[in-house]
Ligand binder design. Sequence first.
Ligand SMILES: NC(=O)C1=CN([C@@H]2O[C@H](COP(=O)(O)OP(=O)(O)OC[C@H]3O[C@@H](n4cnc5c(N)ncnc54)[C@H](OP(=O)(O)O)[C@@H]3O)[C@@H](O)[C@H]2O)C=CC1
Ligand SMILES: Cc1cn([C@H]2C[C@H](O)[C@@H](COP(=O)(O)OP(=O)(O)O[C@H]3O[C@@H](C)C(=O)[C@@H](O)[C@H]3O)O2)c(=O)[nH]c1=O
Ligand SMILES: [Mg+2]
Length: 314
Amino acid sequence: MPRRYVVTGRGGQVAQSLIERADRHGEIEIIPLARPNLDLADLGTIEKALVEARPELIISAAAYTAVDQAESDVAKAFLVNSAAIDEIGRVATKLNVPIIHLSTDYVFDGSKTSPYHESDPVAPLSVYGQSKLEGERRLISSGADYVILRTAWVYSPFNKNFLRTMLHLAESRDELNVVADQYGNPTSALDIADAILTVADNLLSSRDGRLRGIFHIAGSGEASWADFASEIFRISVEMGGPSAMVRPIPTAQYPTPARRPNNSRLDCSKLERVHGVRLPNWKIATATTLQRLLAGDAPEKQAGMEKASEENCR
Ligand SMILES: NC(=O)C1=CN([C@@H]2O[C@H](COP(=O)(O)OP(=O)(O)OC[C@H]3O[C@@H](n4cnc5c(N)ncnc54)[C@H](OP(=O)(O)O)[C@@H]3O)[C@@H](O)[C@H]2O)C=CC1
Ligand SMILES: Cc1cn([C@H]2C[C@H](O)[C@@H](COP(=O)(O)OP(=O)(O)O[C@H]3O[C@@H](C)C(=O)[C@@H](O)[C@H]3O)O2)c(=O)[nH]c1=O
Ligand SMILES: [Mg+2]
């Protein structure tokens, strides 16, 4: 009998990556729960959807992830990223199953000059970051058997992300302005999926409290958004894909509704020490992701990118 893992959301980067990678981790069935059956903005749908799915473990990957939009859609961001997580935590406790919940580097304000540890003080600059932080806190106080994985700068062949936005913009532009004073760790959703499945295995194999709690998880190596864009185009050119000149600019020249941390680099040594998981260097996964996208191997190539470019193009 395969292990039954529920993931919240279906089209999301992490959900899609879990569905794709489950095969590599033995007998695992990933059961995506998505709207309308599970709608995080409708708390009344959560218990029924989870109970009917009979999970052995819950992966909480769905979220309100439109960072700029959240600034003017505060109630919805908190409903989806906080109140719904409280409810998922309550149901996980009732079902007595562990939960792996995803959170974000945007819980930090970026004032630290070195990578953030799990125990560093949080101080989100954006509504998205605040709502995700409140989600963490409510999950912890729900009494659930939890792991919170804070990740960052996620990209993949799926859904909306910075890498796909860059490729799309480069199709119509020779030069792109990209902020060069925000530093972080680009992270492949496929690598996150592999890590989640290892952590899941660990949780189901042992009651050890040290395996529980908050962990940082991100690609090895660091970059600014401009570095990330430059590397994307360097590889894309080699593969015959679109490219543009990256003009590095300060954040002040790229005004957005939400403030973002200047430093959101995550120290991921706790995850390696406790769960034996370390993600590859971001440049490696960037090349692999580009290879797939440029070979036209994405399940929904370029879908949804028009909207991304409208939002992000200045
Ligand atoms: N993307 C990033 O750069 C980062 C993400 N994270 C966190 O990682 C997790 C996964 O992110 P990622 O995979 O990139 O997310 P995506 O933005 O790719 O996808 C979001 C997912 O949330 C689902 N969702 C949104 N609103 C609702 C709702 N009301 N009810 C049910 N489902 C909903 C979507 O559902 P549907 O499938 O139906 O569209 C989709 O599956 C999130 O918790 C996010 O906060 C953390 C750091 C960085
Ligand atoms: C499209 C574009 C963005 N930028 C800047 C804006 C911003 O500072 C940075 C990244 O922009 P994006 O909107 O792609 O990324 P953003 O929405 O900030 O991504 C975040 O998403 C949430 C969900 C997270 O949890 C974070 O870890 C992080 O990945 O790049 C440019 O400078 N030039 C451009 O052409
Ligand atoms: Mg965005």
